[in-house]
Unconditional design. Structure first.
Length: 291
């Protein structure tokens, strides 16, 4: 009996501890938020949190507000603005093309480039009789290039109109820079297939000033349209590397031929073609005699 009485306090303490633990678990259960998982739930399953309809509406509203803040427009308005922008660009391009075909007085900058070269020291043609011409042309690569020439003021407008007409039909001209880039060496310019006009020089094999010397002649794609003439009873072809193109029966798209687009563009404006000369043939050459 004594032993039993001695164990009563221990048993009482154990019972109190069990009761306290049970009350603690019960409190935890009541404090758990609705929908929150308990240890008894399957923790191996992935949680899926569907988006409430209200949240979707809220996100849509926020996106619309952001679009308004950024000055965004509906798709149909953007398409309209895009079309108007393209039309504006095309108008600007058209204006730029018109500006690209022009001529002007010989400036000091151009004088520095030509003095002592195409404008030789003994040149008797005043600067006031010459004009600096700018045009666009399609190259042999199919791309658009800027071209430059110096011509007599009497044919400047004709030249601009001719090359604008050739540009519109994409007539191929390989290059067109001032002959001064070749130190006014006509043979070097022709060998490089450079189209050029003014160059104060004499006609090869003579002491006569060429029509080029007055800015009244132009040579186009000279490599493929060589100058064939006779000096001391010998046939001379220039440029030398263009000799193979003296045979006009070859199929070459760069040949200038009677009644082709380039020929007609010059002829209808009063020019004559060297390809129709009797004693020699200058297939690259067009000139105009003025009063």
């Amino acid at each position: 009996m004594k032993l039993q009485y001695k164990m009563l306090p221990v048993i009482l303490i154990f019972v109190l501890i069990l009761a306290a633990c049970r009350d603690s678990k019960k409190d935890d259960l009541f404090q758990q938020e609705p929908g929150e998982k308990t240890l008894s739930q399957d923790t191996n399953k992935a949680e899926s949190v569907p988006t409430p309809a209200g949240l979707v509406q809220e996100e849509t509203a926020l996106a619309a507000a952001a679009a308004e803040d950024n000055n965004e427009k509906p798709a149909e308005d953007n398409q309209k603005d895009k079309k108007e922008g393209q039309e504006g660009t095309m108008d600007t391009l058209s204006e730029n093309i018109d500006e690209a075909f022009s001529y002007e007085m010989i400036s000091d900058v151009i004088k520095e480039r030509i003095n002592g070269k195409s404008y030789a020291k003994d040149c008797e043609v005043p600067y006031s009789d010459l004009r600096y011409v700018r045009v666009l042309h399609y190259g042999f690569d199919g791309k658009v290039h800027e071209g430059e020439l110096i011509v007599n003021k009497d044919i400047a407008e004709d030249i601009v109109e001719i090359f604008k007409e050739l540009y519109e039909i994409k007539y191929p001209i390989e290059k067109m820079v001032l002959i001064d880039e070749y130190n006014a060496d006509d043979n070097a310019s022709m060998a490089d297939n450079n189209t050029s006009a003014f160059n104060y020089r004499v006609v090869e094999g003579t002491d006569r000033i060429s029509k080029h010397g007055y800015g009244l002649a132009i040579d186009i794609n000279p490599l493929y349209n060589p100058y064939i003439h006779t000096i001391d009873k010998e046939t001379v072809i220039t440029p030398v590397n263009g000799a193979r193109y003296a045979d006009r029966s070859l199929d070459c798209e760069y040949y200038i031929k009677k009644d082709d687009a380039l020929y007609n563009a010059f002829i209808k404006r009063g020019f004559t073609w060297g390809g129709e000369w009797k004693n020699s043939k200058d297939y690259q050459h067009f000139q105009k005699v003025t009063e």
